[in-house]
Ligand binder design. Structure first.
Ligand code: DOR
Ligand code: ZN
Length: 362
C-alpha cells in the first residue's frame, strides 16, 4: 500500500510502504581521510544533500579550506553519486567579517557553525565569548548567511543536563534580539524548553532534531550498565523532553527539520574510560526517523520534516525524485570498517523496522 508524497492517513496502522521526496540531512559529520571514505557512502545513499560539519581536527575556518574539504568529500563518493555536500565554516574568535563575503560568493558554503569553546568534540578552537564575533555575525546577517548553533554552555559549574537551557538564556535569546534578521538553526535540540523556544522565536529561527533524541531518553545510557554508544552531545534527556521533540518533529511546523548529527568515532575511542561523544546513525537514518514518526502515528508528516522544510529554510530547491521506504525489518551490522579500526553503528546487531526499497534518482 504505497502512497505517493507522504499522503498517509492519520492513524493508518496498515501502512507498510511510504514514498517521499528524497530527503536531505541538515547536520552530519563526515570526518576526513580514511574515516571519510568509510562513511560518506552511507549518507550519499539516502540523502540528496547534507550540511557537513566543519569540526575536523584542523577546523574548517575558511572558504579555501572548505573548498578543499568539499573536493575530498566528492572524491570519497561512490562512482556516479549525485550527492551534494553543503559546506560550513567553523566560527572562531578571529574569523574576519570579510570571510563571510568569500563564503557567500563561492556558492557552496551554506552556513557558519558556532561551537562554544569546550562544548563538544573538536570545539577547542570555538568561540570563547560571543561578543568577539559580533562583527562577523553582523556581516552574516547582512548577506543572509545562516548561523548554525551548538546550543550548550560548557563548563564544570553547569550541570550537563542544563547546558542547553543555560545557553538559551545566556547566549541565544540575546543574540536573536541583537541580530533581528540573522538566520539561525538551533542544532540538535534536546529539551522541551528548546522546542518551546524555537516554536515561539522570531521568523528565521529553526531547529534540527536527531533520530536518537526522538527514540530515546537518558535511561538508554545507563540500561543495565554504562552504554557508551548512547553517549552524544547534547546528551539524551528526560522522557518528557523526548515526547516534546517527537511532537515538534511530527507537528508539521516547518521550523523543525531533519539533522541526524551522525558522528562516527572508532570503537575503542568510545569503549574507553573517557569515551568520545557521538552516535553513528547514517547507515539507517531515514529508517530510524520512520520508526519515530510511526510511533507518533504521523508517518504522513515525515516528508515535510525530512524532505521539504530544511530545503525551504536554506533557500534550496526541494528534490523531484523520491525514495520508497517499506516496513520490513533488517538487522544492523555489528560493526563497519573504519580506517584502521571499526565503527559500531547505532542499533548494532539489533533490528530496524523500516528499510529503503528503492531510491529512484530523477
Ligand atoms: O555527540 C556529538 N558528536 N556531538 C557533537 O556536537 C559533535 C559530535 C562529533 O563531532 O563527534
Ligand atoms: Zn554535530
Amino acid at each position: 500500500m504505497a502512497r505517493q508524497g507522504g499522503g498517509v492517513r492519520e492513524g493508518d496502522e496498515q501502512l507498510n510502504a511510504l514514498t517521499i521526496h528524497r530527503p536531505d540531512d541538515w547536520h552530519v559529520h563526515l570526518r576526513d581521510g580514511a574515516s571519510l571514505n568509510a562513511v560518506a557512502a552511507f549518507t550519499a545513499a539516502q540523502f540528496g544533500r547534507a550540511i557537513v560539519m566543519p569540526n575536523l581536527k584542523a577546523a574548517i575556518t575558511s572558504t579555501a579550506l572548505a573548498a578543499a574539504y568539499r573536493e575530498r568529500i566528492l572524491a570519497a563518493l561512490p562512482a556516479g553519486s549525485r550527492f551534494e555536500p553543503l559546506m560550513t565554516l567553523y566560527l572562531t574568535n578571529n574569523m574576519p567579517p570579510e570571510e563571510i563575503g568569500r563564503a557567500k560568493a563561492c556558492g557552496f558554503v551554506h552556513g557558519v557553525k558556532l561551537y562554544p569553546a569546550g562544548a563538544t568534540t573538536h570545539s577547542d578552537a570555538g568561540v570563547t565569548d560571543i561578543r568577539h564575533v559580533y562583527p562577523t555575525l553582523a556581516r552574516m546577517e547582512e548577506l543572509g548567511m545562516p548561523l548554525l548553533v551548538h546550543g550548550e554552555t560548557p563548563g564544570a559549574q553547569i550541570d550537563v543536563f542544563d547546558r542547553e537551557s543555560h545557553f538559551i538564556d545566556a547566549v541565544l535569546a540575546p543574540l536573536l534580539e541583537r541580530f533581528p534578521t540573522l538566520k539561525v538553526v538551533f542544532e540538535h535540540i534536546t529539551t522541551a524548553r528548546a522546542v518551546d523556544f524555537v516554536g515561539n522565536a522570531r521568523a528565521g529561527v529553526a531547529a534540527t532534531i536527531t533520530p536518537q533524541h526522538l527514540l530515546h531518553n537518558r535511561n538508554a545510557i545507563f540500561s543495565g550498565g554504562i552504554r557508551p554508544h548512547y553517549y552524544c552531545l547534547p546528551i539524551l534527556k528526560r522522557e518528557e523532553d523526548r515526547i516534546a521533540l517527537l511532537n515538534a518533529a511530527t507537528s508539521g511546523n516547518p521550523r523543525y527539520f531533519l539533522g541526524t548529527d551522525s558522528a562516527p568515532h572508532e570503537r575503542t575511542t568510545k569503549e574507553n574510560a573517557c569515551g568520545c561523544a557521538g552516535m553513528f546513525t547514517a547507515h539507517a537514518a531515514i529508517e530510524l526517523y520512520a520508526e519515530a514518526f510511526e510511533q507518533a502515528g504521523r508517518l504522513d508528516r515525515l516528508q515535510g520534516f525530512a524532505s521539504h522544510f530544511g530545503a525551504d529554510f536554506y533557500g534550496l530547491p526541494r528534490h523531484d525524485d523520491v525514495i520508497t521506504l517499506i516496513k520490513e525489518s533488517w538487522v544492523s551490522p555489528l560493526s563497519y570498517e573504519f580506517g584502521n579500526g571499526t565503527l559500531v553503528p547505532y542499533r548494532s546487531g539489533e533490528s530496524i523496522a523500516w528499510r529503503i526499497a528503492s531510491a529512484a534518482r530523477a
